[in-house]
Unconditional design. Structure first.
Length: 95
């Protein structure tokens, strides 16, 4: 029975394979891979546990503002870009 539970839980870690990661997690994973970092390496760089980083990459739909700021600074991107927001141009008001 215990071995059956282990097999079941090993295959069920994280989000289901058929479900896409939220935009923030997908962008975080993309930037990590572009830097050639593993999840454990990025977790160490950002000062979070590996479990927390995996949560952010796979399931987090509402990451903390502090983590977004820290990750955006590390990757040298805007918080908007990291959160998957479309680029918008600010047009000054006419006077």
């Amino acid at each position: 029975m215990i071995s059956q539970l282990r097999l079941y839980s090993d295959g069920m870690a994280g989000r289901p394979a058929t479900k896409a990661a939220p935009p923030f997690g997908a962008k975080l994973a993309e930037l990590r891979k572009l830097r050639g970092l593993t999840q454990p390496q990025l977790a160490e760089e950002l000062g979070v546990s590996l479990d927390m980083l995996i949560y952010y990459e796979r399931r987090a739909t509402n990451p903390s503002a502090d983590f977004v700021k820290q990750a955006a600074t590390f990757f040298n991107v805007s918080a908007d870009e990291l959160l998957g927001q479309p680029f918008t141009t600010i047009v000054p008001a006419e006077r």
